[in-house]
Design a protein around this ligand. Structure first.
Ligand SMILES: Nc1ncnc2c1ncn2[C@@H]1O[C@H](COP(=O)(O)OP(=O)(O)OP(=O)(O)O)[C@@H](O)[C@H]1O
Length: 750
C-alpha cells in the first residue's frame, strides 16, 4: 500500500507513543509483583490480627496483576484530537504516569464516550478520531475519521472505516472477541445506558447483541463499582457451549467481576442437560407450574384418615386426624415455607402427645408426679412410631426429592395438576434416576422457595452470623445508595431496605468475592443481571432470574424472531408483563455486522415468506457470494462433494455444517470418515475447523462458512416459528450453502 510521508510520520509517532504505554504497563506490573511478594512475606511472619487485612491486600494485588496481564493484547485502540488541542488516548484500562499525568483513558470512562459517539454532524468537540490497529503490541496501521472539515484538506489520505471492516472480515476462531475498539454509536448508547430499571435490547441477527451485553456488563462494573462490587453482576446465556464461546471477552476487557452462568447452571450443585422434548420444555416453563408445585406440596402435608396408635416406651398413645389437621392448619398459617413450618407442626404434636403420655402415666400410677415431664417429652420425640407418623404427615423435603417424585409418579402429578390432560402428564413423566434438565432447574428453584431451609434449627453459631450480617448490611447499604430513589420513581415493586438485601446475601463466607459467593448460594441477590438470547427463556425461568435480582435491574438482550424453544416468548411485552408490567424500556440495534448483505437478505425473504415478521437489520457489507443452493438426489454424497469447495472458499477459516437433529449422527460419521479429527461435534468443539452442529446449538455463534442441510426440515410446520432455519442461515460471516434433497423453502432464491 502506498503511504504518504505524513502518514508514515504519523505511524511512527503512534508507535513511539504506544511503546511508552507498554513501558508504563510493564512498570506497573513489576510494581504489583513486588507489592504482592512483600505482602506474602509478611503474611507468613505476621500476627494473626493483621492477617485478614493483609490477605485482602494480597487478593487486591493479585486481581490487579491479573487485570494488567489480561489487557496486554491490543492495549490501546484509539485517539481523540479535541478542539482545545488536547490529544486523548483510549484503551482497555486507564494509565497515568507516576506523577499522575494521564497517558490513556479507560474506554468506559465518561471522557472516552465521545470516541464512540462523535459524528461529523455532531462532533462533540472532537476534530479527529483515530483508530490504532494493533497486533499484540505492534501498531500495524492507523485509520482516521476526520470530523472537522478544516482538517480534511490537510490530510485526505487518512480516512476510513478500515478498523471496523478489518475486524468484521477477520477469520473466526471459535471464540468471541471484544469489539472495544470499534463499538458503534447505537451500540454505545445501550452499553452506557443507566443502571436502574429494565432495558430490553432487541436486534436482528449479527447486530452485536452479545457483544453489547458483554461490554455493558464491563461498563456497569466500572462505572458503578462501589454499588455493584459487593452484590456482583450476573451474565446469563442459553447454554454452557455459548458461555464457553464468550468466556474470553470480559477478561480481555480487564474485567473479572462478572458471574457468568448458563440458565441451566443456576442451581448450585445441579448440572442440567437440554430438555429432551419440546413438549416437556413448554409445559415445565408455564407459569401454571407455580400452582402445580404449591398443590403438590399441600398434598404432601397429609392428614391420616383414622386414628393412629403410637407406642412410646410401652405406653400406647393415640394420634387423631383432628389433631393432625389442627396442627397442620396452625403450621400453614405461619406462612413459612414447608420445611420451616414443619417445625411448628412437629412442636404442636409433640407437646400434645407428651401431655397424653403424662396423663396416662399419672392415671396408671395414681399419684401426680410431673417432675420428669422433660424425660417424657424426650421419650415421645425419640419414639419410632411417633417419628414415622409425623414424617408421614409432614415430611421434610429437598427440592430434588420433591420434584423427582412429581416427575416420576404420574398419580402425584395428576393430583396436583387437575387442569393437565393425560397427554400433558405423559409428557412430563419420566423414569426414576433421569438426569436433571434445563427446564427442571426452574422447577427446582421454585421448589426451593416453597420448601425453605431443610433444617432451620441447624444454624451456624450466632456470633459468626451476626458479624457477617453486619458486614453484609454495610455492603447492602452501599449498593442501595440512590437505587431506591429511582426505583420509587419508576414504581418498580416495593422499595427495598438494606436489611432486605443483606438478608438475601447473608449466609456466605467472609473471604469469598461476590462471584464465588454467588456460585455457591442459590439465594444470592445480584446488583444487576444481563440476559443474552433472552427470547428463549420460559416464564418459569424468568421467575428464577427475577428472584436473583430483587432490585429488578436488568439488561435483556435478544431477538424475538429467533425464538426456537417452544417455551420461549413471542413478544417482549408478553414475556415481561408478569414481572415488571410496562416498566421496561426498548432499545433497538439496526445494523448487521456479521452476515453479508446477500445472505442476510435471503434469510429475511425466507422468514417473510414463511409468515414471520423479522427485524431485518441493514447489513454493513456486501459479501463475495450469494447463497449457493444445491438440489440433490442424495444428501451425504452431495455434502462430501461440496465440502472441499467450501473449505477452500473460507481459506482456513471455520466451517459449520448445520443439520436437523435426526441427521446429526449420520453426518458426523460420514464426515469423520473423510476428515478424521478435523471434525468437531457440537458447539463446544470450536477448536476444530469443521463443526457439525444442530441449529439449536449454533444459536448465538458464528462461522466463516456455513452449510445448511435439509433447510425445509428446519421450518416447523406446526407453528409460525422459523427460528431454526433463520438462525442457521444467519450464522456465516462469509459464505452460505444450502443442500436439500427435497424442496427449498420459499424466498431463499430471489
Ligand atoms: N462494533 C463492532 N465492531 C466490530 N465487530 C462487531 C461490532 N458489532 C458486532 N460485531 C461483530 O459482529 C458479530 C455479531 O455480533 P454478535 O454475536 O454480538 O451479534 P448478535 O446480535 O448477538 O447475533 P445473533 O442474534 O445472531 O446471535 C460478532 O463477530 C461481533 O464481534
Amino acid at each position: 500500500m502506498h503511504h504518504t510521508s505524513t502518514a508514515r510520520n504519523e505511524l511512527d509517532h503512534e508507535r513511539g507513543y504506544v511503546a511508552g504505554l507498554y513501558q508504563r504497563l510493564d512498570e506497573l506490573r513489576d510494581e504489583k509483583r513486588g507489592q504482592l511478594a512483600e505482602v506474602r512475606r509478611s503474611l507468613s511472619a505476621g500476627s494473626h490480627q493483621n492477617r485478614s487485612e493483609r490477605d485482602a491486600f494480597a487478593t487486591m494485588y493479585e486481581d490487579r496483576l491479573a487485570q494488567l496481564n489480561a489487557v496486554d493484547d491490543r492495549l490501546v485502540f484509539g485517539r481523540l484530537d479535541l478542539d482545545d488541542g488536547d490529544e486523548r488516548y483510549i484503551g482497555r484500562i486507564g494509565l497515568s504516569t507516576e506523577d499522575l499525568q494521564q497517558l490513556m483513558v479507560d474506554w468506559r470512562a465518561p471522557e472516552a464516550g465521545t470516541f464512540y459517539q462523535a459524528t461529523a454532524f455532531e462532533r462533540m468537540g472532537v476534530r479527529r478520531r483515530r483508530h490504532l490497529i494493533l497486533s499484540r503490541r505492534n501498531v500495524l496501521a492507523i485509520e482516521d475519521d476526520v470530523l472537522d472539515a478544516a482538517l480534511l484538506t490537510e490530510d485526505e489520505s487518512l480516512q476510513g472505516e478500515g478498523a471496523l471492516l478489518a475486524a468484521l472480515n477477520s477469520k473466526r476462531t471459535g471464540q468471541m472477541s471484544d469489539i472495544v475498539g470499534t463499538i458503534q454509536a447505537e451500540q454505545d448508547r445501550v452499553i452506557r445506558a443507566p443502571l436502574q430499571g429494565v432495558v430490553v435490547v432487541q436486534g436482528g441477527p449479527g447486530t452485536g447483541k452479545t457483544a453489547v451485553a458483554l461490554h455493558r456488563a464491563a461498563y456497569l462494573l466500572y462505572t458503578h463499582r462501589e454499588r455493584l462490587k459487593s452484590a456482583g453482576v450476573l451474565l446469563v446465556g442459553p447454554t454452557n457451549a455459548f458461555m464457553k464461546y464468550i468466556e474470553r471477552v470480559l477478561p480481555s476487557l480487564g474485567e473479572t467481576g462478572v458471574v457468568m452462568a448458563s440458565i441451566g447452571s443456576l442451581m448450585p450443585g445441579i448440572t442440567a442437560i437440554q430438555e429432551p422434548t419440546e413438549e416437556a420444555a413448554e409445559i415445565k416453563g408455564r407459569l401454571d407450574m407455580v400452582e402445580v408445585l404449591k398443590r403438590a406440596l399441600a398434598n404432601r402435608q397429609r392428614v391420616p384418615d383414622q386414628d393412629k396408635r403410637l407406642n412410646v416406651e410401652g405406653t400406647i398413645l393415640t394420634l387423631s386426624p383432628r389433631q393432625v389437621r389442627k396442627a397442620r392448619d396452625r403450621a400453614r398459617s405461619t406462612g413459612k415455607p414447608h420445611n420451616e413450618a414443619r417445625v411448628t407442626f412437629v412442636k404442636i404434636l409433640l407437646r400434645e402427645l407428651t401431655e397424653q403420655l403424662t396423663e396416662q402415666l399419672e392415671e396408671s400410677s395414681g399419684a401426680g408426679n410431673t417432675a420428669d415431664r422433660s424425660y417424657l417429652a424426650e421419650d415421645v420425640r425419640s419414639s419410632r412410631d411417633v417419628r414415622i407418623a409425623l414424617n408421614l404427615a409432614w415430611m421434610p423435603l429437598t427440592p430434588e426429592k420433591f420434584i423427582a417424585e412429581l416427575l416420576t409418579k404420574p398419580g402425584i402429578l395428576a393430583a396436583a395438576a387437575p387442569g393437565f390432560s393425560d397427554a400433558e402428564v405423559g409428557h412430563l413423566t419420566r423414569p426414576a434416576g433421569a438426569l436433571w434438565t434445563e427446564a427442571d432447574v426452574a422447577l427446582l428453584d421454585e421448589a426451593a422457595e416453597l420448601l425453605g431451609d431443610l433444617d432451620p434449627s441447624a444454624g451456624r453459631d450466632t456470633a459468626a452470623r451476626d458479624q457477617e450480617r453486619r458486614r453484609d448490611l454495610a455492603n447492602a447499604e452501599r449498593t442501595l445508595e440512590n437505587v431506591n430513589e429511582s426505583l420509587a420513581d419508576s414504581g418498580v415493586d416495593g422499595v427495598l431496605t438494606a436489611e432486605d438485601l443483606a438478608d438475601h446475601n447473608s449466609v456466605t463466607e467472609a473471604r469469598l468475592n461476590a462471584a464465588e459467593r454467588a456460585s455457591v448460594d442459590r439465594t444470592w441477590a445480584f446488583g444487576h443481571i444481563v440476559v443474552d438470547e433472552a427470547q428463549e427463556l420460559s416464564p418459569m425461568q424468568w421467575r428464577v432470574l427475577m428472584r436473583r435480582c430483587p432490585l429488578k435491574s436488568f439488561t435483556i438482550v435478544g431477538d424475538i424472531a429467533q425464538t426456537s424453544s417452544a417455551a420461549g416468548s413471542n413478544s417482549w411485552q408478553q414475556a415481561l408483563e408478569p414481572f415488571v408490567g410496562e416498566r421496561w424500556q426498548l432499545e433497538e440495534l439496526t445494523v448487521n455486522y456479521r452476515t453479508p448483505a446477500q445472505i442476510a437478505e435471503a434469510a429475511a425473504r425466507m422468514a417473510n415468506a414463511a409468515g414471520l415478521v423479522v427485524s431485518a437489520p441493514k447489513a454493513v457489507r456486501e459479501g463475495r457470494w450469494a447463497p449457493i443452493v444445491d438440489r440433490v438426489p442424495e444428501l451425504i454424497p452431495a455434502l462430501l462433494q461440496a465440502l472441499p469447495e467450501e473449505l477452500s472458499a473460507v481459506e482456513g477459516g471455520l466451517l459449520a455444517v448445520i443439520a436437523p437433529e435426526r441427521l446429526l449422527a449420520e453426518v458426523r460419521s460420514a464426515l469423520t470418515g473423510v476428515y478424521g479429527r478435523r471434525i468437531g461435534f457440537g458447539a463446544g468443539s470450536m477448536g476444530q475447523d469443521i463443526v457439525v452442529t444442530s441449529p439449536r446449538e449454533a444459536k448465538g455463534l458464528e462461522f466463516d462458512g456455513v452449510v445448511v442441510l435439509e433447510p425445509a426440515e428446519m421450518l416447523d410446520p406446526r407453528s409460525i416459528r422459523v427460528g431454526d432455519l433463520y438462525v442457521s442461515m444467519t450464522r456465516p460471516t462469509q459464505r452460505l450453502r444450502l443442500i436439500a434433497t427435497g424442496e427449498i423453502p420459499a424466498g431463499i432464491e430471489d
